[in-house]
Design a protein around this ligand. Structure first.
Ligand SMILES: Cc1ncc(COP(=O)(O)O)c(C=O)c1O
Length: 397
């Protein structure tokens, strides 16, 4: 018999951000001077105190064994306490927390737990690449929601896509790929609307600590002092603590939902890697100075490259982003100027000719945009902006 591949897998697209990044890394390995602005990964090494806690856990023999599927009890308690303090939620305990293999698995487990076949999830465009694929893998239907120029979904935008199959709304703020942050008033309107239509809200708060130039982060989960059972908070350590490789994420929700998520995890991953859990314990309990230093570095990078980007012919980004570490300019004019037909082709020519890796915005559901990650050192960012500018200048008369 020939190999069999399920229909589910056949319709699955590989992660576009991981693909471009792998291509850039391959070119770098071949000795080419490529600057990779394709990846959503902080370039800092994980803070030393966290690495040392992991080494100590190994040396003490603690990292050798299975832990509970939803994570170590102490770690769940620590996440609950931190979230309660940060979000002003009064009644969180370990039972509200599942530790997962990255926020990616927290999202995957959530979709598997809440969606039935045909259930629709509202996804404001642009949206992070994995949401749509994960929703489909759970039998659900991702419903892209076009939004206005500010890149923020309003209740009117959502209402246009509401059907009797809609069960959930996915919110990501600060957002990947636009860097926009929803304010309290906007969140309040969205919260009231989702409540009125009895929708779950999955709030991906993974960039919540990365806000710049005085902007502040509010989560939709923070609007009341009790965690609403309709809301699932998804977050993790990857971006805040520069711990992408450790794969530490968490879902925070009503205890009965978390117990179902834990049951799912017990069959899917078993526990998240024990040594990483000890590292996360230290990340949460240890001193937080490095977190602020990394945030300041991102702020500096944003403030340096945003003006450089606006000088590139054909690249337009009128509103400066406030969070995460991405810029999502409109490149319609760049396509017109250059005669290049698609953003895919533009990205490919920038990689091969200017040696800068960006991501095609269509991966996030939006035409005529590219995503630029500034999770790279300042010197490389400046060089990359100069290379893109030079590439575009060749098309000016
Ligand atoms: C919006 C968003 N959510 C979730 C994740 C997943 O992060 P991780 O699985 O590393 O915790 C990412 C990573 O790029 C992201 O950008």
């Amino acid at each position: 018999m020939d190999m069999k591949i399920s229909q589910r897998s056949q319709q699955l697209q590989p992660s576009a951000t991981m693909k471009i990044s792998a291509q850039a890394k391959q070119m770098i390995a071949e000795g080419l001077d490529v600057i990779n602005l394709g990846i959503g990964e902080p370039d800092f090494e994980t803070p030393k105190n966290i690495e040392e806690a992991a080494i100590a856990a190994i040396n003490d023999g603690k990292a050798s064994f299975y832990t509970p599927a939803a994570g170590l009890a102490d770690l769940r308690t620590s996440v609950a306490k931190r979230t309660a303090a940060d979000y002003g939620l009064t009644d969180l305990s370990a039972k509200n927390v599942a530790i997962t293999t990255g926020a990616k698995m927290a999202l995957y487990a959530t979709f598997q737990t809440i969606l039935d076949p045909g259930d629709e999830v509202l996804l404001p465009e642009p949206y992070w690449v994995s949401y749509a694929e994960q929703i489909k893998l759970a039998g659900g239907v991702p419903v892209p929601v076009p939004v206005g120029e500010t890149f923020k979904a309003t209740t009117k935008d959502l209402a246009a896509k509401l059907t009797d199959r809609t069960v959930a709304f996915l919110l990501n703020s600060p957002e990947n790929p636009t860097g926009v942050i929803y304010d309290r008033e906007e969140l309040s309107a969205l919260n009231d609307w989702t409540k009125a239509h009895d929708l779950m809200v999955i709030t991906d708060d993974i960039y919540g600590q990365l806000t710049y130039n005085g902007a502040t982060f509010t989560s939709i989960a923070q609007l009341s002092d009790h965690l609403d059972p309709r809301i699932v908070i998804i977050t993790g350590a990857s971006k805040t603590y520069s711990m992408t490789g450790w794969r530490m994420g968490y879902a925070i929700a009503d205890a009965s939902l978390i117990s179902k998520i834990s049951a799912f995890l017990s069959h899917a991953t078993g526990n998240p890697t024990a040594v990483s859990q000890y590292a996360l314990l230290e990340a949460l309990a240890g001193e937080q100075g490095q977190v602020e230093l990394m945030r300041e570095a991102f702020e500096d990078r944003l403030n340096t490259i945003y003006p450089l980007l606006t000088e590139i012919p054909g690249f337009s980004l009128p509103v400066k982003p406030q969070g995460a570490f991405y810029l999502f300019p409109d490149v319609s004019e760049a396509l017109k100027l250059s005669g290049i037909k698609t953003t895919g082709e533009l990205v490919s020519r920038l990689l091969n000719e200017a040696h800068v890796a960006l991501v095609d915005g269509t991966a996030f559901g939006v035409q005529n945009h590219v995503r630029i990650s500034y999770a790279t050192d300042l010197a490389s960012l400046k060089t990359a902006m100069a290379r893109i500018k030079d590439f575009m200048l060749q098309f000016k008369d």
